[in-house]
Write a protein that binds this ligand. Structure first.
Ligand code: SF4
Length: 73
């Protein structure tokens, strides 16, 4: 299971980091960062392997631009 964020489309509202600090934090560039992940410049995404989505589900629901995805595989 993994969390994916389309980082380039993030508008920096901070909701994900506020709701789910376990996985999300706001980076120096003002955009969301998945803790422990690396930005892939090819896909313009960040991915993080997780076991349980826990609060990431809520973060995905509240993201105003819907760029947080949770993949089952
Ligand atoms: S909720 Fe969405 S738009 Fe807001 S900071 Fe997080 S990823 Fe970016």
């Amino acid at each position: 299971m993994k969390i994916i964020i389309e980082k380039e489309k993030c508008i920096g509202c901070g909701s994900c980091a506020a709701l789910c600090p376990k996985f999300f934090e706001m980076a120096e560039d003002g955009k969301s960062h998945l803790k422990g992940s690396k930005f892939d410049p090819k896909t313009e995404k960040e991915e993080l392997e997780i076991k349980e989505p826990s609060c990431a589900k809520e973060a995905a629901e509240v993201c105003p631009v819907q760029i947080i995805k949770i993949h089952e595989s």
